[in-house]
Design a binder for this molecule. Sequence first.
Ligand code: SF4
Ligand code: SF4
Length: 78
Amino acid sequence: MSTTWYPVLNYEKCKECGACFNKCKHGVYEMKGSMPVVVYPEGCVQGCHSCGNLCPTGAIEYVGDNNNNKCSGGSCCC
Ligand code: SF4
Ligand code: SF4
């Protein structure tokens, strides 16, 4: 579990497809209507890019991402 790594959504790019919410098994997102919202950043797995890799519009970036993080496996949902 991480407080130094979590997704941030660019709502100007988000197409409200729900792929990020559907992918994450760690409770990081909730849907507010058709819009995903990060409600539990502490649940995000350090180094996981799973939702960002799925996002069709590149709307997801990560706090803590320095392009040198590798998924550590284990509880990661990649
Ligand atoms: S990076 Fe992984 S753990 Fe974090 S919100 Fe996305 S799918 Fe969930
Ligand atoms: S995957 Fe990307 S476009 Fe789809 S709801 Fe999530 S942030 Fe928006």
